[in-house]
Design a protein around this ligand. Sequence first.
Ligand code: SAH
Ligand code: SF4
Ligand code: F3S
Length: 456
Amino acid sequence: MTAPKPPRKLYIKTYGCQMNVYDSGRIADLLAPHGYAASDTPDDADMVVLNTCHIREKAVEKVYSELGRLRPLQQDKAARGGRMMVAVAGCVAQAEGAELQRRAPMVDIVVGAQAYHRLPELIAKAAREGGHALDTEFPAIDKFDSLPATASAPGVSAFLTVQEGCDKFCTFCVVPYTRGAEYSRPVAKIADEARHLVSLGVREVTLLGQNVNAFHGEGPDGRPWGLGRLIRHLADIKDLARIRYTTSHPRDMDDDLIAAHADVPQLMPFLHLPVQSGSDAVLEAMNRQHTADDYRRIINKIRDARPDIVLSSDFIVGFPGETDRDFADTMGLVREIGFVQAYSFKYSPRPGTPAAAARKQVPEAVKAERLDELLALLRVQQEAFWRSCVGRTMDVLFERKGRYAGQLVGRSPFLQGVHADAPESLIGQIAPVRIEEARTNSLLGALVSPCHGEAA
Ligand code: SAH
Ligand code: SF4
Ligand code: F3S
């Protein structure tokens, strides 16, 4: 009799956006039937996957320095007669391709974001030839069809990719090059995946896409459905309590999607809608295809549909040609809209994108100053909103145990972390919590009616 083989150790390190987080989960699901069990450290791993991001500068350098840290571990393993295979996946893999293996021969596999369903094959190839494998194609078949269903318990809240790629070509952005053309999954497949997640205990899904509201997947009627219609369809799934979506583009905020914010109670009143700049000249140079006023009009419509909506955005400061006046317009828009949260970045020239070749690059010091100013304003607005939550009662979806005994951590409708004393039986449940204190990154509260479960 042969003893069962011990599982092979898989370590995945994820950089970048939520789509990479989703992809890393799927890579683990894909490799599990091949005997790989996920581990928290790269020590002694049989397989290491770096799932990379290319969005801002130093992305490539970060990957090479991570490879530098892995090298001694890989050599150690080889000295003991084993093999640590290293795969670079995601957007840097897509952008750099074979160059990665030329610069770092320790990399066994390079696999792009649209090809990772082929990893088992690539692993076999790299193992067989003791050499290398590369796949950065954009295959025409639905990658998602080749992925197994999620096997592990994903927790209370899960990501679900519904759309990939981008055709918008903002002049600063690498995504259309690394993720390829826009593609939407068919509605039936998304609904199947959502139902499957719910059967594993998921109560909240966040629909993902680089341009999630450009979604136009084939509906059960054979016609393209927009995101609003998809959300209404998913809202019929029993026990799916909350739906969110990210990241959206202002141009694709159509009336049906806005109406869904009014009609679908499961759709949470928190919207991440990147505007990038408040200056029309900069928006034009960015090829965003909307003005600051277009953005204001969209926000007004959304607020009419859902008055309590909380807004979040992305900003780029120091885009080529951005003047003090342009930047002042951005600050003005931030105040006017009252964003309570944002991801703000200094413009980072990306090789191969049109803006990188622009002559009027903004000096680093000016970018840094503007970023500080913007961050300070956003902090003030965020703190004011969080303080305004104290005294309110909010529905909290409890996700997991907190750091202290008897405490659970959940999320408010506005995506804030909320800590409250509550019985473990409330994990996966929604309960009203009265907010008592706002800390820097979380709210503290008390269950309004602690009569659920064993605490009764
Ligand atoms: N599709 C989304 C954004 C996806 S990229 C949209 O259209 O808004 C995520 C964020 O990274 C962008 O919103 C932008 O703020 C930032 N970003 C992208 N390229 C950048 C660059 N070259 N320099 C700085 N920030 C960048
Ligand atoms: Fe990048 Fe978003 Fe513009 Fe597409 S729409 S190019 S993902 S910033
Ligand atoms: Fe980064 Fe690729 Fe996402 S470049 S932000 S990981 S789409």
